[in-house]
Design a binder for this molecule. Sequence first.
Ligand code: ADP
Ligand code: ZN
Length: 601
Amino acid sequence: MPSTPAEILEHTFGYTQFRGHQDAIIHHVTEGGDALVIMPTGGGKSLCYQIPALAREGMGVVISPLIALMEDQVNALKELGINAAYLNSQLNSTEVFRIEQDIRQGKIELLYIAPERLIQDRTVHLLHQACISLFAIDEAHCVAQWGHDFRSDYLALNILHEQFPNVARIALTATADNRTQKEIAQRLNLDNAAHFISGFDRPNIQYRIKEKNKPKQQLLAFLNTEQPNSAGVIYCLSRKKVEATAEFLTENGFNALPYHAGLPALTRQQNQARFLREENLIMVATIAFGMGIDKPDVRFVMHLDMPKSIEAYYQETGRAGRDGEPATALLLYGLEDIVKLQQMMETSQGSDEHKMQERQRLNAMLGLCEITHCRRQSLLRYFNDKLDEPCNNCDNCLTPAQTWDASQAAQMALSGVYRCEQKFGAAHIIDMLRGSKNEKITRFNHQHLSTYGIGVDISAQQWRSIFRQLVALGYLKADPSGYGNLLLTESCRPILKGEQTLFLRKDAAKPTSIRQKSKALDIDDHDMPLWMALKRVRKELSDEQGVPPYAIFHDATLKEMLEKRPTNGWELLSVTGVGDKKLEKYGEYFLEVIHEHEYTR
Ligand code: ADP
Ligand code: ZN
């Protein structure tokens, strides 16, 4: 029976080394200390509570907001030979009864439970009858009231401290800026917890942010040239757009499904289950989808609308490439996104203080979109982390952005807004600047303005790019009450007066595709037959067991088999991700496939 953390790591999980802060965290929690852990997605948070729970006496209780995922999480642990269970509303009363009995008898090593269930009297009573090794509060940022995933049930979790003052607690999350970190510590009474803040970098994710031009074409071009057979997530702002986009992709031969809060619960559940089990499914979704999705082989996350903060953006893009293999995050954004978000924010409920924070967060997001230097350096700086050299794996590093002196064009644009009395949106002002004769122009007599037709040498698309950047940089802003009309801000004065030069980014005329370092997983051609064969056995076993393929072995594990070509159990055990239990259960199937290939080569 393994007992030290190092032994559990090797025998149960099949890994040889701790990563990053894992060792320190696991040591601290195994000794009974409280901890607040901030670690990027894919960093290996789960082991930070799973190993201490196994190393300590009693049952570890994991609080997670997503009941839809519990079954998969528990099944994956069972695959490792761990006695795990979950309690949620999906179970019938007989199953609940049986699990409760197992808990009282001390048979369960890890219990997954949703916060709303945990705080019920019945559950608290039950837990008092058990020996508890620790509480792990996953997705702890949900406790932050103005955060992007707030769940009111999380606020009640301070009962853990009151009811079980001697049980160690570990709170974990992937993305929390300083403000959110403080809020988590305060609301969960984690005053004496050790803080473990890992770097936020996700080096295997390639960040790209592009002007939204013809989004459907851009989407197809991206999928066809870069990710033809990959699993990915596409985020849209509205439910309607989610459905239309999923339909559009299906018509174009892709395997795509919608996900948003307006779909029946059963459909959502089925779509999510398919996403986890199938290997090349694209989920088109609102932000309702994704928190806690621990599918490791998501190869891309695409945003067809702009997220409202860098935290949200980083959390969503972070769902790509958990397995550490190359992945892409592509955001398309345009002026209409900015206008829409600014209006939503200004008209939202909430105090002035809250609105001001939201405004700062949106502005930071806009800043990220418009910068011309390394995106990753800027992202990391936002989370108070830093990268000394440009990353060489973002669009700005790979194809340096060009800028041009746009002072004069900006002057025209701003005067145009002024002449139209700040009552019109970009589309109309562009028509006016370009001397259009359309009905709206004549209806408002705008053909007589001094700015009419002065911008005819600049294309409508270029003008849109100019307006977008002027809004993003804060020289213009959307009128909160209106229909997308633009207002001048105080800061545009020096430009209007010609006292300040302004350099803007040149948007690529047509969508260029970046030379991909990140084309899905790179497998050598001559390794392809064995690779496919390994994936085939994995799929057969996963269907047989009713678990996702990655719960059998990850892609990274299969890739290592490809390199090492193990010929016996000992050699197979040296492959990362192969532990005692999995060797026993599945070893021979994979060894057989490898053997056949070596023999027939
Ligand atoms: P997070 O919850 O932080 O996003 P996970 O706990 O899901 O990350 O871990 C991400 C991936 O890394 C998982 O596939 C996990 O099995 C793997 N992993 C975690 N720790 C290690 C380690 N020490 N060695 C090898 N692989 C690890
Ligand atoms: Zn970079």
